[in-house]
Design a protein around this ligand. Sequence first.
Ligand code: MZP
Length: 504
Amino acid sequence: MAHILDDISRTFSEYLLIPRLTTKKHTVKNVSLTTPVGKFKQGNASPLSLNIPFVSASMQAVSGPELAIALARCGGLSFIYCSQAIEAQAAMVHRVKSHKAGFVPSDSNVKPDASLTAVIDLVKKTGHSTIAVTHDGSGTGRFLGILTDKDFWEFEDDLNSPVSKYMTSKENVVFGKEGISLHEANLLLRQCKKECLPILDARGEHLQSLVFKKDYFDHRNNPNELLDAKKRMAVGAGVNTHDYKDRIPALLEAGVDALCFDSSDGFSEYQQAAALWARKQYGASIIIGGGNVVSGDAFRYLVERADVDFVKVGIGGGSICITREQKGIGRGQASALLEVVAERDRYFKESGVYVPVCSDGGLANDTQIIIALAMGADFVMMGRYFAMTNESPTPKVSMAGRVYKPYWGEGSNRARNWQRYSNGDDAGFKFEEGIDAYVPIVGSVRDALEVTTAKLTSTMCNSGALTLREFAAQAVLTRISEQTFVEGGTSTVVSFDKENQETA
Ligand code: MZP
């Protein structure tokens, strides 16, 4: 007879945190959000730690190179999606790793005979006010000069004139050459009191990149950047249990920092075989996450029998996921997380090895992110949250007066990532487990994370915690009734703002 668990499957919105003593040392400034990704022995450090506990989902509509760079700059990690050709995924990883902080490829370029009108159009399109002039109008053409919005007056000068008449030509431009370090480039900018330094090839002819003064300040303002030992941006990548023998070597060759299985159900011999293969090939030098699971025994299996470095929790909770409806499997995310975290802590006590746990999917707002971390997740993986940012790889779409971005599940007909749902057999795509939808735009990754981390650090202070480990160790949570939920909202007052928003 089927075994029925005594507990009800619960989710994050059913819980609230009870404040603990806040002492004078519990200030937001003193809080550290550093958290481990790779397993480690008691007393040792994790081989990879995040500076904020957020990673982006391995999904087509979420984790491309632009998002990966933006998230790494804030201290988190992206897992570049694996539902694409191996070469394409490795190229994305390579793009992140070769993104030289401070050296930007020149995106706005013109030929010397272009008119000022063409320049004004380009500035409107790109938003860049520094335009490189090259012989062929490309970002790597022979460098001829620089034009900025200070070089001409839109309403005074003849806009049909060629750029060559107004630009600062090469002989009067201070430039650097290939091989210059960022430190030297910034020094040159400072000494010459310039805003932008073109970097040319070793012969001093072709344009390679630009270094901006404003990026220096930006970098100083990003103390959380997640970098590897060579000071390159950190990036992760998803893998599957089908083509891993080709995909994993290609991703490692491209410089990936962490891998994770992208599977809707990771409690399988297929995942064990793939993880053990990777471990045999590369030993402890790689970080590979297993999952997804929703039970303590599945966590144990992946840790003890598949030797994974972290475990991802969550089946059926994703905002675009219909697995529970389609197949009747899954578990409320809070119940799943609490059981896996308890097993992680038991395993740590027995073995002295700490295996980080990631709560993946279904986080509908900042409060739920906070509850997941309070329940013991070391970090959270999110799809919808990052799909809503400027840096996700999808185009903006305007509908009914608002701007959206498309967001679709990996199990949707659009993504057709059948490898995520089929473990061993090459079954192909038979039915959908995800939907194809839209999400409103919220702005940049930085802006979104700034608000979320502000709420998280504030709650940690309320809970008397300065680290995420302390937060989870001393969190006291209460289950809430429907009426408590109503009481927590603003139902007994009339909010005109809210009403206006709803009818707008
Ligand atoms: P969310 O942050 O949008 O709620 O959920 C993102 C997570 O949903 C992903 O990290 C992945 O685990 C899961 N996912 C991705 N595609 C599907 C699907 O098509 C899915 N069903 O469930």
